[in-house]
Design a protein around this ligand. Structure first.
Ligand SMILES: [Zn+2]
Length: 165
C-alpha cells in the first residue's frame, strides 16, 4: 500500500498561510515519527582497492584483521499526515515488524564484511546507514521515509536522508 493511498480527501493549499486544508476546511496535520532499535554486529574496515599499508594508515585499529563489534542504535524517522481515524502517522507495529524482519534480522549478530551488501563496499557505518535507508525506502510504504540515523558509539553517529535531487 502506498502511503499516499490513505489520503482520501483532496487537499488544497491555503493561500495566506501556505498550509494544506481539505474540502471540509480542516488543516492537514503532517507529523514526524522517530523510533529507535538496537542491534549488534561486527566489521573490519578494509578496502581491497588499497594496499595493506594504506588500509592501516586510513583505518588504524579498525583495520585489525580480526574485526571488532559495535552495539548499533538505528533511528528511523518517517512522516505523513496524521490519520483521522487512528490519530497516527503510521502504526508502530507495522514499522516494528518491518524493521525487525528486514533490518535487525539481516544485520544483527552478523559479520558485516561477509554480507552481499558489502561484497564491493567497505562496511563503514556510513555505508551501513545508507543500506538501511535503501531497505526501508524500497519496502516500507505505510509512511514517507525522512531519514535514517545510525549510532556506532556514544560519540559517533551518521545520518542519511536519500540522494540529493
Ligand atoms: Zn567499527
Amino acid at each position: 500500500m502506498n502511503h499516499e493511498a490513505k489520503k482520501i480527501y483532496p487537499v488544497y493549499p491555503c493561500v495566506p498561510c501556505g498550509k494544506d486544508f481539505d474540502f471540509m476546511g480542516s488543516f492537514q496535520m503532517k507529523a514526524h515519527l522517530s523510533r529507535r532499535y538496537l542491534f549488534s554486529a561486527s566489521h573490519r574496515l578494509h578496502s581491497d582497492a588499497m594496499s595493506d599499508e594504506e588500509n592501516h594508515s586510513t583505518y588504524g585499529k579498525c583495520n585489525n584483521p580480526y574485526g571488532h563489534g559495535h552495539n548499533y542504535t538505528v533511528e528511523v524517522t518517517v512522516s505523513g499526515q496524521v490519520d483521522r481515524q487512528t490519530g497516527m502517522v503510521c502504526n508502530l507495529a507495522d514499522l516494528d515488524a518491518f524493521i525487525e524482519t528486514q533490518v535487525l534480522a539481516r544485520f544483527g549478530h552478523e559479520n558485516l564484511n561477509t554480507l552481499r551488501e558489502f561484497a564491493q563496499e567497505v562496511p563503514t557505518t556510513e555505508n551501513l546507514c545508507i543500506q538501511i535507508y535503501e531497505i526501508v525506502q524500497r519496502g516500507f510504504h505505510f509512511a514517507h521515509l525522512e531519514r535514517v540515523r545510525l549510532e556506532e558509539t556514544m560519540m559517533n553517529s551518521f545520518e542519511y536522508a536519500g540522494r540529493e535531487a
